[in-house]
Design a protein around this ligand. Structure first.
Ligand code: AR6
Length: 175
């Protein structure tokens, strides 16, 4: 059974154990999906982020931290910080791969079996959507090869372009 699913919609509405947020290093919120998650989830998420900031001072690019999901239908929000696209020679690919890997590891540590990801870095951070989709799907697929506790991973796109790119990429890798 294929455990990777591509869907179009708003990640704040998805009922899974953990949704992933495309945050920034400050962990204090921002625009895009980050803004949508904090708005819909309420102040508990920011309170948890502040506790993490007090302990470790934010989150580095490629790393991930976990908080409550507040009023969202999921149990947790995993905040990861994607790379800003800078032409491709600044280790952007590796950093984006680390976002997916570290989020997945954190999900497993917290017994999450269902996880939803947005297309990290493809908005404000301008990572090319086709390249980002290839990295997302390959990283998740390789990870699942040796991982049996995760039941479902949903790749959620807000826009048609990302949705079509991810759908085609998933189909091409399956066939
Ligand atoms: N559900 C699913 N996907 C969404 C939603 C949503 N509700 N809203 C936007 N997207 P972006 P980044 C998609 O810009 O590029 C923030 O200010 C969007 O269409 O949210 O990693 C942070 O604080 C795009 O495909 O994140 C950082 O400063 C994808 O989510 C910075 O933006 C990611 O776009 C991070 O930039």
């Amino acid at each position: 059974m294929n455990r990777i699913i591509v869907e179009k919609g708003d990640i704040t509405k998805i009922e899974v154990d953990a949704i992933v947020n495309a945050a920034n290093t400050s962990l204090l919120g921002g625009g895009g999906v980050d803004g949508a998650i904090h708005r819909a989830g309420g102040s508990n998420i920011l309170e948890d982020c502040r506790k993490i900031i007090a302990k470790q001072g934010g989150c580095k690019v490629g790393e991930a931290v976990i908080t409550t999901a507040g009023k969202l239908p999921s149990k947790f929000v995993i905040h990861t910080v994607g790379p800003v696209w800078n032409g491709g020679n600044k280790k952007e690919n590796e950093k984006l791969e680390n976002c997916y890997l570290n989020s997945l590891k954190l999900a497993i540590e917290n017994n999450c079996k269902t996880i939803a990801f947005p297309s990290i870095s493809t908005g404000i951070y301008k990572f090319p959507k086709d390249k980002a989709a290839k990295i997302a799907i390959k990283t998740i697929k390789d990870f699942l090869e040796t991982e049996n506790t995760i039941e479902k991973i949903i790749l959620v796109s807000f826009d048609d372009e990302n949705f079509n790119i991810l759908k085609n990429e998933l189909e091409s890798i399956e066939n």
